[in-house]
Design a protein around this ligand. Sequence first.
Ligand code: BG6
Length: 474
Amino acid sequence: MEWKNREGYPDNFLWGAATSSFQIEGATTADGKGLSVIDVMEKKADITDFSVASDHYHHMEEDVALMAELGLKIYRFSIAWTRIFPEGNGEINQKGVDFYNRLIDTLKKYDIEPLVTMYHFDYPQALVEQYGGWISRQSIDDYHSYAAFLFKTFGDRVKYWLTINEQDHVIRFSSRLGITEGSYIEKMWLGYQANHHMCVATARVIETFHRLGMKGKIGPAVSYSWIHPSSSNPADVLASKDAALIKNNYLLDLHCKGIYSKAFWKYLEERNYTPKINEGDMELIRQNPPTMIGVNYYYSETAEAFSANDKHPIGYHKETPLPTAEAGIFKIIKNPQLPATDWGWEIDPAGLRLTLRELYERYEIPLIITENGIGAYDKLEAGDVVQDDYRIDYLQKHIQQIQLAMNEGAEVFGYCAWSFMDLVSARNGMQKRYGFVYINREEFDLKDLRRIKKKSFNWYKEVIRSNGEKVWKN
Ligand code: BG6
């Protein structure tokens, strides 16, 4: 719809930016930290010097001062589980606790609300070695003990908590579960078992959050790509709906409604992916829905129908990290209407508006955008200048669409751009930069790790100062 009148952002809207521990902190073994599956995986991949990342561990005060200069109202960061419990369970590492206490206190000093992700891909390697990690039910207890410790230790200052970041990605990238062997099908089945355990674990953590009388909100951060049909052919429309179910909606149906929808369960059955569900699991999940949903949105996708045949029977898939095709359901194709980033992610601000409306209409739970941004090959020019106009353009158009979705009834209470500073991309090393702040290093040449404000830094500062009005002006 087009509107004659536009309502502005509410005064208490939480303007923010986000990062995650393994992507910025570095210091992967400092002060007693244990190894995570990401530490092990990145070491093998050897595409960047990951052990230093943006060296936030040693630049924390300077980085938070820059956040304050930017005017952030909220900062999303994750706690590295293995800094707190180096083995995933058992002994606590006080130095890790001290680091996050210092970070939270520094944020509070500047009136920046901390938004804590409890687990962002960096699962303790030791738990994989002890009992297989998320594929064992034991993982539920250990995640719950870790979360309860965080509530008791930081809950006096932290109001907003994200339980698990992008659970769907964790199960589809088997290395993030610590699984290195097995066929695609075996890995998918284990993935759905892990997914079930994560849902039960999340519900237990939410139950404890309420039992402890914690103030604030809690919920998962999900990745969501809006899925368009490739044409008005009803077969393509059905393909886009089914792709949305399998890639996105199944997970929030579980978290928010406590159900495996009938179509999704049948999908799991036909592929032999069904997880083992214990008595009481579904009831526990149903009784403990999230009180907020974090939305990570970068791009939309476009699906066309993909009929099963002899060559590609039902269950066929490409061996790709995220399903881009499943015979008998859908195939993701390029959308000729949309521009794309250097990594082929299709830029679609209206897709974010559609996403927010869809999620709020489906679940009626308050939303916060926990990631949104553009990865690019930024260039540092003479005089410490980074002219990232493409980032300003991307963010401006997305922030406009959020406001329109809110005008149309979606309850959104905050926005965290990805990312506050350059970080090691989850898949593409340091060359793919996202931040408002440039970190002066290359993949292996660590240079001086100097912090440099990009053009987008000053632009976003003005967006926050004007409570969003800046996005409607050139
Ligand atoms: C999300 C993750 O999947 O997307 C982030 O939560 C990640 O950790 C972001 O950085 C962008 O992906 P990538 O692979 O470009 O870093």
